[in-house]
Ligand binder design. Sequence first.
Ligand code: SF4
Length: 265
Amino acid sequence: MTLLHPLIENAYRVLNGEELTEAEAMALVEQIHGTDIPDLISLANKVRNKFAGEIIACSIINAKSGHCNQNCRFCAQAQAHNTEIETYDLLDREEILSSAQEIYDAGVRIYGIVTSGYGYKNTENAEFKRILEAMDELHERFPGLKICASLGILSDETAKALNLPHFYCEKRDGVLTLRRDFVIPPGSRVLLVEDEVYTGQSVMEMREIVRALGAQVAGTICIVDKSMGQAPVPPPFASLYAIPVESYLPGACPLCAEGIPLVNQ
Ligand code: SF4
């Protein structure tokens, strides 16, 4: 006789490489409570052990918390939401360094600096300068420490200051091209990032640009996949969100039939 909840017992088959249906996964989320939760955690740990390989510890510091005037609806950092989180301005360089010392002494070699807020567009911004100074000192003081940063939206200028190589393509005579003296070194691996994918044409044009320069496309990501996975984008390809979009052949469009003009916004 097993003491496991039947839903968890059923879920053990994932250890044999089988997949749960969405309904089975949702049932686990919705129906496992109380003393059954540790059994589910135990199964999750076994799945991780079997399929995820070695665990690499990392640590992040919430270097600036709350006060964000962007007020995204989902975010606890938004100043308009009363979520009772601790809020504070950007920490001093010393506070960032002493927290890094703690995790470094504990053997952690990846350290992420996270800040609330829209981001940094100008390298003259006092906060951005303080973050760069802290990063420089982290590199000096802690050999082998890999530093990550989640600082919101960056501009060309601030991304360059962080030594983040990036490029973007622009349309010229209806064709995507690489301009502005952007250079993709031969042999480099490039991640393509799109806001939305529908036909996949822009992605294919960017792939060709990268290939022609002797570089390699490592993968493609987008925010919205309007093709619902049907666009001919070679893997690996991932989207944050997929939503179907209706399209019509010329002559069969109900909007045209209603006299609604075609606009490109
Ligand atoms: S911009 Fe970032 S920090 Fe600010 S509310 Fe939106 S998600 Fe949160």
